[in-house]
Design a protein around this ligand. Structure first.
Ligand SMILES: [Mg+2]
Length: 255
């Protein structure tokens, strides 16, 4: 089936991790062809909206995506150049769900604060005046932090988190890149069979496990856990990194 909706992660997927990373000619051409064939494109990222838009501008892509799924949860639609608005009532619904959960999980946050107060390379991150996640000094510290947060939240089953390199975001277990993508596809009446998702890291796993997108892919620089998942979901592991890999995957599923 033709690609009706393309969901791409941003960092490590559309562009590499260099500070001045730009897209490639192959990706410009693949995205232009996708649009010409009626495909809709959404960026699906851990970045907040303003930061995602800043990255898109710096990346020199051929055009803006029609949608941005930001902070691994919120759905925004481009209404005109430079202006974006919440699409549907999803953002408001998951905000209520998250606020309710975080209120009930006060003990989990106490334990996390206790853990991070020791100054061992773990920093608390805030979004809109609320604790949103953690950042660690290195990957090994994040590996340990994952275990500690898992233990601290064991008795609050809805409390979950996504992990991306040295970043961790707290969330309701039903709120992630995969559920946001599934909601966007539902709002657009695009079947799962026509959805292609591409990502490189652990926080992309919920959109790459086959539940939200029947077509899944990753670039060559993806972490092994993602490559294994993409293979087991019958997807495509590109031999090319970042933007070249995304362009290659779009071509693979358009053929
Ligand atoms: Mg990434």
């Amino acid at each position: 089936m033709a690609i009706g909706l393309l969901s791409t992660d941003f960092d490590g997927t559309l562009i590499g991790h260099q500070p001045d990373a730009r897209t490639t000619a192959a990706l410009v051409s693949a995205l232009t062809d996708l649009r010409r064939n009626g495909g809709v494109w959404t960026v699906n990222t851990g970045r907040q909206l303003w930061f995602a838009l800043e990255g898109l501008e710096q990346a020199h892509l051929p055009h803006d995506p029609e949608f941005v799924l930001s902070s691994e949860k919120d759905i925004f639609r481009r209404v005109e150049e430079g202006n974006w608005e919440a699409f549907g009532d999803w953002n408001a619904r998951i905000e209520r769900q998250t606020a309710d959960l975080f209120g009930r999980a006060a003990r989990v946050f106490d334990a996390i604060r206790e853990m991070t107060s020791k100054g061992d390379g773990v920093e608390v991150l805030y979004e809109n005046d609320r604790v949103a996640g953690l950042m660690t000094a290195d990957v090994a510290t994040m590996d340990r932090t994952v275990e500690m947060v898992r233990a601290a939240s064991a008795d609050v089953p809805e409390f979950s988190f996504s992990r991306n390199d040295v970043w961790m975001r707290f969330a309701h277990r039903d709120v992630h890149k995969g559920s946001a993508l599934a909601e966007l596809a539902r709002l657009l009446a695009i079947p799962r069979e026509a959805v292609l998702a591409i990502g490189d890291h652990q926080n992309d796993i919920p959109m790459l496990d086959g539940s939200a997108a029947a077509m899944v892919a990753c670039p060559a620089n993806a972490v092994d856990e993602v490559k294994d998942l993409v293979r087991s979901a019958g997807g495509y592991v590109s031999p090319f990194p970042w933007g070249e890999g995304v362009a290659d995957a779009i071509r693979h599923f358009s053929a």
